[in-house]
Design a protein around this ligand. Structure first.
Ligand code: BYC
Ligand code: FE
Ligand code: FE
Length: 474
C-alpha cells in the first residue's frame, strides 16, 4: 500500500479506516512532539535541514531528499508489504501461518520485547541532543539530524504496534516511552548503554558504528517474528538503520584518515605529539572503541538465558537470518560453543543451543564489527601507518552476564581486580582523553569546511556538491 501523506500521521497501514486507533495515535502525537521539543536536538527548531523522507516502502524508491524544518518532519508508520502466505520459520509453531493478532498467551512477553526495543529509540535521541552545538561540519550535522529523526520514527513504529495490538496496556506503555529519560536516576531508560553519555562526536561515531549495529542485529532477529506486524515494522526499520551504520563507520574512517595524515606529515607517533596537531591519537581511539564495544556487548543479555529460549520457542524472536541457517529451527537437541568464567579462568564449553541464543546473536554481531574494524585498518595501512585497531576480548569490561564477575584485559587475560584497576587507564577513556577530544569539538558551519580532526567525506549526501549547505540556520 502507498504511503498516505495527506493525513495527520503519514502511514501505509490504512489508518483512516480504523478511527479508534487513529484517534489514539493522534492523542499520543502531541506528547511525542512535546518530547521532541524538550529532549530532541537543542536549538534546532528554526533550522532547515536537507533530510530524506520515506515516500514509499519499495526498497528502490523510498527516499525523497529536501529541506525540512525538523519539528515538521513527517514521522509516520511504515511497514514493509505483507509477504503472501508467510509461515512461522522457527520454534514450536514452525510451518504455521504467521499471526496478524497477538495470541493471548504471548501478550505480555511480546509487549515487553516491543517496549524494550521502543525505549532505545528516544533514548538515543536524548543522548545525542547536544551534539549539534559541536558539529565538525554541516555535512555531519545533517547526518546527525537524519539519524535523530529516524530514531524518532522508530519510536513511532513501536508505539503503533503497542496501540494497535495491546489495548489499554499498550497505550500506557506508549506514554511511559515518552516519560523515561536517558541517564535519569529516577526514570532511566531500560537498557544500560542507553543511559551512558554521548558527549562528543568520537562517542557519537562509535555509538552509531557499534550500538546502532546492536539495533541491526536485534531488529533482524525481530524481523523473523511470527507476529507479522512486528516483522514488517522491523524490516522497514532495518532499511533506515543501514544509514546509521554508515554514519558511524565513515565517521571513524575519516577521523583515522586525518590522524594518519598528521602522523605521516609530521613524522610523529607519541600520543601527546599527535594531539598537538589537532587530531585524535590512535590510543584514544582504541580506548573509545574498547568502551563502546564492551558496553554494547552487554545489550545482548546473559549468555545463558531462559528468556531468550522462550522468545524463540514461542516464535517471537528468531536468530539473525534464520532462514539461511541449515538446521531444524527448533534447537532443543542441539548445542552451541560457549565461553564462560569458572571463577578463576575463562573456559570453553558447550551449552544447549536454545539457552544460548543471546550469545549466538552477540557472536554474529562481533563478526560484523570485526569486518568494519578491518575496513578501518585499511585506512591506516593505505596511509602507511603500521598500527591497527582491535576489538577487545568479549569478556573485557562487562556488566551483564557471566563475565561481569571477572576482571579481564582486552587481550583476554584474567586478572585480579587490583591488577585490572592498575591498568584501566590504558584500556578505557580517561579524563585526559575526554578533555582532549572535547577540546577539538569546535563548531564548523561554513559549507565545505571540516574540523581539524576529521577528513571530508568521499562524496556528499545525495551526491550534492562539496560546499552544499546541508543546514540553513535562519
Ligand atoms: N541492561 O535473560 P537476560 C537499537 C535484563 S538497539 C539492563 O540476560 P534477555 C538502537 C533483562 O531485561 C536494539 N538490563 O536477557 C541502537 C532481564 O530482566 P528480568 C534494542 C538488562 O531478556 C542505537 C535480566 O536482565 N532492541 O535498536 O534474554 C540507537 C536477565 O535477562 C540488560 C532490543 O534489545 C542490559 N543491557 O535479553 C537506537 C530487542 N540485558 O527479566 C536504537 C528487544 C538484560 O530479570 N530486547 N537485562 O527483569 C530483547 O530482546 C531482550 O530484552 C534483551 C535482553 C536481548 C535486551
Ligand atoms: Fe532505531
Ligand atoms: Fe539506528
Amino acid at each position: 500500500m502507498a504511503i498516505d501523506y495527506s493525513s495527520t500521521i503519514p502511514n501505509n497501514v490504512d489508518l483512516a479506516s480504523n478511527k479508534q486507533l487513529q484517534r489514539a495515535l493522534e492523542h499520543w502525537q502531541p506528547g511525542y512532539l512535546a518530547w521532541w521539543r524538550e529532549m530532541g536536538p537543542v536549538d534546532s527548531t528554526p533550522w532547515d535541514v536537507y533530510l530524506r523522507t520515506a515516500v514509499s516502502v519499495d526498497p528502490k524508491g523510498w527516499a525523497h531528499f529536501d529541506y525540512v524544518k525538523m519539528p515538521d518532519y513527517r514521522w509516520g508508520i511504515f511497514l514493509t508489504p505483507p509477504e503472501p502466505d508467510r509461515k512461522v520459520g522457527f520454534g514450536k509453531h514452525r510451518g504455521e501461518p504467521v499471526w496478524n493478532e497477538v495470541p493471548g498467551e504471548y501478550r505480555s512477553t511480546l509487549r515487553r520485547i516491543i517496549v524494550t526495543q521502543g525505549d532505545t529509540e528516544p533514548a538515543s535521541v536524548e543522548q545525542q541532543r547536544h551534539l549539534g552545538r559541536t558539529a565538525p561540519s554541516l555535512y555531519d550535522l545533517r547526518n546527525l539530524l537524519q539519524v535523530n529523526v529516524e530514531e524518532g520514527r522508530h519510536l513511532w513504529a513501536m508505539v503503533y504496534l503497542l496501540h494497535a495490538y495491546f489495548g489499554r496496556d499498550g497505550r500506557e506503555e506508549g506514554d511511559e516511552l515518552l516519560a523515561r529519560r536517558s541517564g535519569d536516576e529516577d526514570k532511566p531508560r531500560i537498557l544500560g548503554a542507553f543511559n551512558e553519555r554521548t558527549p562528543d562526536w568520537l562517542s557519537f561515531f562509535m555509538f552509531t558504528f557499534l550500538t546502532d549495529r546492536d539495533g541491526k542485529y536485534q531488529l533482524a532477529a525481530l524481523a523473523e517474528s511470527a507476529f507479522d506486524p512486528l516483522a514488517r515494522s522491523t524490516r522497514f526499520m532495518l532499511t533506515e538503520e543501514a544509514h546509521h551504520l554508515f554514519v558511524g563507520e565513515s565517521g571513524i574512517a575519516r577521523i583515522l584518515q586525518r590522524t594518519a595524515e598528521i602522523m605521516k606529515q609530521h613524522n610523529v607517533e607519541a600520543p601527546d605529539q599527535v594531539r598537538r596537531h589537532g587530531v585524535i591519537d590512535l590510543d584514544t581511539l582504541q580506548r573509545y572503541l574498547n568502551f563502546h564495544f564492551s558496553v554494547t556487548l552487554d545489550l545482548y543479555g546473559s549468555e545463558v538465558s531462559s528468556n531468550a529460549s522462550t522468545f524463540y520457542r514461542e516464535g517471537l524472536k528468531g536468530r539473525f537470518e534464520e532462514d539461511k541457517i541449515d538446521d531444524d529451527h527448533e534447537l532443543s537437541t542441539r548445542d552451541y560453543p560457549l565461553l564462560t568464567f569458572d571463577g578463576a579462568r575463562l573456559v570453553e564449553g558447550r551449552e544447549n543451543a536454545l539457552m544460548t541464543l543471546n550469545e549466538r546473536l552477540r557472536d554474529d554481531y562481533i563478526v560484523d564489527c570485526q569486518a568494519g574494524v578491518d575496513r578501518w585498518n585499511k585506512v591506516l595501512a593505505r596511509a602507511g601507518i603500521a598500527r591497527a585497531l582491535t576489538l577487545p576480548h568479549k569478556a573485557f569490561h562487562r556488566k551483564i552476564g557471566v563475565f561481569s564477575k571477572a576482571f579481564v584485559s582486552p587481550t583476554g587475560e584474567v586478572l585480579s581486580e587490583a591488577a585490572w584497576r592498575a591498568r584501566e587507564a590504558e584500556w578505557l577513556p580517561t579524563k585526559e582523553d575526554e578533555a582532549h577530544v572535547q577540546s577539538l569539538m569546535g563548531r564548523v558551519i561554513e559549507p565545505g569546511k571540516y574540523a581539524s580532526y576529521i577528513a571530508p567525506p568521499l562524496r556528499g549526501v545525495n551526491n550534492m556538491a562539496p560546499d552544499f549547505a546541508y543546514v540553513r540556520f535562519n
